[in-house]
Design a protein around this ligand. Structure first.
Ligand code: MSP
Length: 507
C-alpha cells in the first residue's frame, strides 16, 4: 500500500479558526485516521499562510508587526486543533526559514529557465482573496465572488503559466480522479478551454513589504499564492537538502491528496499544477474541493459575513466526538451544508445517544447484571446469521466509500448496521429470555457486543476517544481493523463494564 499524504489548505492568519475552517481540518483528520486504520503509513499537513496584504492589514489593525501577529495566530490555530483532536504530523508556517529558502530556490530556477519575466501590469486586485483580476473578470466592479477590488498599475514579474496550459489539460483528461468532484473538474476544464494568461507573481516592496523577497530582484516580494502553494511539496522535502528520500517516499511514490475548499480551486488546480509542471515535479494524485458550511442565510460561513460559529462552543455543546461526527455525517464531501443547532442536536441524539448509545448501555448493563460483568459464551450463531453477514461486508464497504471520499455514506452504513443490531436485540429480548434460558440470552448479548466491536472499530477515526472507551467497556480494548471482518473475537469471560452514557441525550 502506498504511503498516504494528505494536506489541508494553509489558513490565513487574519482570523481565528471558525466552524468553516474547522470543518476542513476535521475532515482531513478523519480521512487520515481512516487510512491509518486500513494499515497505511500516513502524513497529515496543516498550517498557516502568513504573508501577503490581507495578513499585513490584519496585523496593522492590531498595531502589531506581521510576524508577531502571525506568531500569535499560529498558536491559536494549534490550540484549537489540539482541542479538536487533530492528529496533524506537520504544522507548516510560511514564515519558517526553510520555506523561504525553498521558495526562493524555486523562483530562481524558474527565472533561470526563462519561465519568469518582467512586464508592466495593469489590472485589479482583491485583497481578501489575494487574487489578480483583469477588467473583463469583474462583475459590477467587484470580483466574481463579489469581493472589493483595487486598481493595480505597476511593473511586475510574471510566470509563464500560459505555456503549460496544454500539458495541464492533457493531464486532467488522462487522470479522471485528479480533480474531484466531477463538477469541479468540469469547471476547471471549462476555464482551461479559454486562453490562459500568464500569472503575476510579484508585488513591489513599496506597495507590500510583507512577503518573500524575489531572489533576482530585491525591490519585489513574491505574490502570496506563489509562495504558499509550494508548502505542500516543501513540507516533505522539495528543495530541501538532506530530505531527498522523504520527498521520494511521500511525493513521488506516495498518494498525495490536497483537500481544499471550492473557493480556492483555480489557485490549486491551475496555478499550483502549472507551477509543478514548470518545476518538473509530478502533480499530486488528487485535488478534492469541498463545499462550504453555510450560515443561517445560506451563505458561506466566514468572518467577513459576520455569522461565524466557534468550534469550541460547539464542542462544549455536542462533546468533541459529537462535533467530529456531525462534520462527517451531515456533510456529503463536495456539497455545501447548512449547519443548524436543531438539526445537529437531532442527529447526535438519533445516531449517537439512541442507536449507538442504547445498544452499548443495554448490552453492558445486562452483562453486568446477569453475567457478573463477564462476556457470556458465544454459541449458536444461527439466529444472527444476517448480522454476521452484514458485519463481514461492512469493513470493505467502509473502506471503499472512504477511499472514494464519501465518508458520510460510510457512517450511514455503520449506523444502519447498528440499527439492525438493535432490531435483533429487540426481537430476541435477552432481558426476558434470560429468565428462561440464561445461556441463549448470553449468546444474544455476545453477538451484540461483537456488532459493537465492529462498529466502534470503524467509527474510531471519527470519534477516537469515545470509541477507545467503548472498546474498553466491551472487553476488547483495542482498535483492530483486520479483526473487524471477523465474528466471535472478544474473549469469553472478558471484563465488560457498564458506565455513564458515552453520548448523553442533548436538549
Ligand atoms: N490561505 C489560503 C489557502 C492557501 S493554501 C496553500 C486560504 N485561506 S483561508 O483561510 O481563507 O481559507 C482556507 C480554507 O478554509 C479554504 O479551503 C476555504 O474553503 C475553507 N473555508 C473557509 N470558510 C469555510 C466554510 N464556511 N465552509 C467550508 N470551508 C471553509 O484560502
Amino acid at each position: 500500500m502506498k504511503p498516504f499524504y494528505l494536506t489541508t489548505p494553509l489558513y490565513y492568519v487574519n482570523d481565528r479558526p471558525h466552524l468553516g475552517t474547522a470543518y476542513a481540518t476535521i475532515t482531513a483528520d478523519v480521512l487520515k485516521r481512516f487510512q491509518q486504520l486500513f494499515g497505511r503509513e500516513t502524513k497529515l499537513l496543516t498550517g498557516t499562510d502568513e504573508h501577503g496584504q490581507k495578513v499585513e492589514q490584519a496585523a496593522k489593525k492590531r498595531n502589531l508587526s506581521p510576524q508577531v501577529h502571525s506568531d500569535e495566530m499560529a498558536e491559536n490555530f494549534k490550540t484549537i486543533w489540539k482541542e479538536l483532536n487533530i492528529s496533524y504530523d506537520i504544522f507548516y508556517r510560511t514564515t519558517d526559514d526553510f520555506h523561504v529558502k525553498a521558495v526562493q530556490k524555486a523562483l530562481q530556477d524558474l527565472f533561470d529557465k526563462g519561465d519568469i519575466y518582467q512586464n508592466s501590469y495593469e489590472g485589479w486586485y482583491s485583497v481578501s482573496e489575494e487574487i489578480f483580476y483583469t477588467e473583463k473578470d469583474l462583475v459590477d466592479g467587484r470580483s466574481p465572488e463579489g469581493k472589493e477590488v483595487v486598481k493595480v498599475q505597476e511593473t511586475n514579474y510574471f510566470f509563464k503559466m500560459g505555456s503549460y496550459q496544454k500539458a495541464l489539460l492533457d493531464h486532467i483528461e488522462a487522470h479522471p480522479d485528479f480533480i474531484l468532484p466531477v463538477s469541479r473538474r468540469n469547471e476547471v476544464l471549462g476555464f482551461l478551454r479559454q486562453p490562459l494568461n500568464d500569472l503575476c507573481i510579484s508585488r513591489p516592496k513599496e506597495r507590500l513589504a510583507w512577503g518573500i523577497p524575489l531572489p533576482f530582484d530585491d525591490d519585489y516580494v513574491t505574490y502570496v499564492w506563489f509562495d504558499a502553494l509550494l508548502n505542500y511539496a516543501v513540507a516533505v522535502g522539495f528543495n530541501r537538502e538532506g530530505m531527498e528520500d522523504d520527498f521520494k517516499k511521500w511525493w513521488i511514490e506516495g498518494e498525495v491528496k490536497h483537500l481544499i475548499g471550492k473557493d480556492i480551486l483555480t489557485t490549486h488546480a491551475v496555478y499550483w499544477s502549472t507551477m509543478l509542471l514548470a518545476l518538473g515535479v509530478p502533480l499530486p494524485t488528487q485535488i478534492f474541493a469541498t463545499g462550504w458550511i453555510l450560515n443561517k442565510d445560506q451563505g458561506k460561513m466566514s468572518k467577513s459575513q459576520g455569522d461565524v460559529m466557534n468550534p469550541l462552543d460547539l464542542k462544549n455543546h455536542f462533546s468533541l466526538d459529537g462535533l467530529r461526527y456531525l462534520m462527517i455525517r451531515d456533510v456529503h464531501m463536495g456539497n455545501d451544508a447548512p449547519f443548524s443547532l436543531e438539526t445537529a442536536t437531532q442527529r447526535v441524539n438519533a445516531d449517537l445517544a439512541n442507536n449507538l448509545g442504547n445498544l452499548l448501555s443495554r448490552s453492558t448493563n445486562l452483562v453486568s447484571k446477569f453475567y457478573d460483568g463477564k462476556k457470556p459464551q458465544t454459541g449458536d450463531l444461527e439466529n444472527c446469521k444476517h448480522l454476521i453477514a452484514l458485519g463481514a461486508e461492512l469493513p470493505g464497504k467502509v473502506q471503499n466509500l472512504v477511499d472514494g471520499m464519501k465518508p458520510s455514506f460510510a457512517l450511514e452504513e455503520i449506523m444502519s448496521f447498528l440499527s439492525e443490531t438493535n432490531k435483533y436485540l429487540e426481537d430476541r429480548a435477552p432481558w426476558k429470555l434470560v429468565k428462561e434460558d440464561e445461556k441463549a440470552a448470553g449468546e444474544v448479548l455476545a453477538n451484540a457486543l461483537e456488532s459493537l466491536r465492529i462498529a466502534a472499530t470503524l467509527l474510531s477515526p471519527v470519534m477516537p476517544e469515545s470509541m477507545d472507551e467503548l472498546l474498553r467497556r466491551i472487553g476488547y480494548g483495542k482498535v483492530d481493523f483486520e479483526n473487524a471482518k471477523n465474528w466471535n473475537v472478544i474473549q469469553d469471560g472478558a471484563a465488560v463494564e457498564k458506565g455513564d452514557p458515552l453520548f448523553p441525550r442533548l436538549q
